[in-house]
Design a protein around this ligand. Structure first.
Ligand code: IDP
Ligand code: MG
Length: 151
């Protein structure tokens, strides 16, 4: 395994249903580190760029329409093997077949309303993170609280 950073999106259904805290909480409790986080509403251009691999598929337009329909929360998530680890935590694309205990398995409604995006490979993660974050927006999490607790 290697230290990796992956792009996670709490899609507009997650924001609308008040599930951002649940999703972020799972990421934190897993021990992954959030190094960037932003709420935003995607433009059509950004959505088409993010989902470029699906251009031409029958669900592409609906996917772009949905992901731009309301605010989402984008996160950069860092950890050992975080790309595959987050994919496991998110679960299969269709909530009907997503593993029990996964985010989609517990909370997903339909294949379109499946709450979360997670990069599927190192290449995708590098490409997708650039769509959502500028290089200067990633923070260092090496923060020693002991110094601030000491009196
Ligand atoms: P993933 O999100 O699990 O990586 P992808 O195959 O990359 O799944 O598809 C991207 C998103 O497009 C999915 O999360 C889902 O919301 C939507 N999607 C994928 N396949 C279909 C489909 O057959 N019908 C409708 N929406 C789909
Ligand atoms: Mg995908």
């Amino acid at each position: 395994m290697a230290l990796e950073t992956t792009l996670i999106l709490c899609k507009p259904d997650a924001v609308s249903r008040g599930l951002v805290g649940e999703i972020v909480g799972r990421i934190e409790r897993r021990g992954y580190v959030i190094t960037a986080m932003r709420m935003m509403q995607l433009t059509g251009d950004k959505a088409r760029e993010h989902y470029a691999e699906h251009n031409g598929k029958p669900f592409f337009q609906g996917l772009v329409d949905f992901i731009t329909s309301g605010p989402l929360v984008a996160l950069a998530v860092e950890g050992e093997g975080a790309i595959e680890g987050m994919r496991q935590m998110i679960g299969a694309t269709n909530p009907l077949t997503a593993a029990p205990g996964s985010i989609r398995g517990e909370f997903g409604q339909t294949i379109g309303l499946n709450l979360v995006h997670g990069s599927d490979s190192k290449g995708s993660a590098e490409r997708e993170l650039k769509i959502f974050f500028n290089a200067n927006e990633f923070v260092s999490r090496k923060h020693d609280l002991a110094k601030w607790l000491a009196d």
